[in-house]
Design a protein around this ligand. Sequence first.
Ligand code: GTP
Length: 210
Amino acid sequence: MANVSTSYDYLFKVLLCGDCGVGKTSMLCRFISDEMNDAYIATIGVDFKLTTLEMRGKMIKLQIWDTAGQERFKALTAQYYRRAQGIMLVYDITNEQTFENTASWLRMIQENSTSDVKLMLIGNKIDNEQKRQVTTHQGQQLAKDYGMDFFEASALSSENVSEAFSTFTENILKHMQGRYKEMVGSQVSLNKLGLNDSSTKPKRESPCAC
Ligand code: GTP
């Protein structure tokens, strides 16, 4: 499980999106505090949580935005996409409609995020295999078509939840370090990429808003 730390080398902003009820909040709670609420309480607007991971010798602070899946919040949540280095698009493997609706979420991502944002597709609720409506192959194919990382997971059983967040963080880190190396030649500092917040923010942080 991830820990909250007071100092960090990089700050990454990651956003969770997808239909209402697919389990975005549940995945986040499982990842941050290893718990999950069975009751469905729809997210209103945007919520966020903080955690810190150690990766490749660097402390990575993750600010994870959990956006509401409901249509009425789309104009509001769209404003957060541009600030994200990574977006996790979640669907429910037991609900085919949520998989079909990934097309409209991908349009929303394309219209509102930066061109080099990293994407991950997550099929949640694999604990409920008997009710599966979306095959693993369908998920893999969609992810391949859009150059997304892909995981199937379960917030309920916790299977693959940490793995998905860790892999995604590592891939964002690799991507950003690659970008940084390219930019060093032109004397652009990491601060200008907006990633090294430790130079501008105090080392001590308040705990996450779980
Ligand atoms: P919005 O906030 O409306 O966008 O929904 P959400 O995507 O955040 O969904 P949420 O995490 O609130 O979960 C919706 C319902 O699905 C809740 O009743 C959860 O208990 C249930 N749920 C979430 N993850 C899983 C899972 O992995 N397996 C099963 N069986 N149920 C899950």
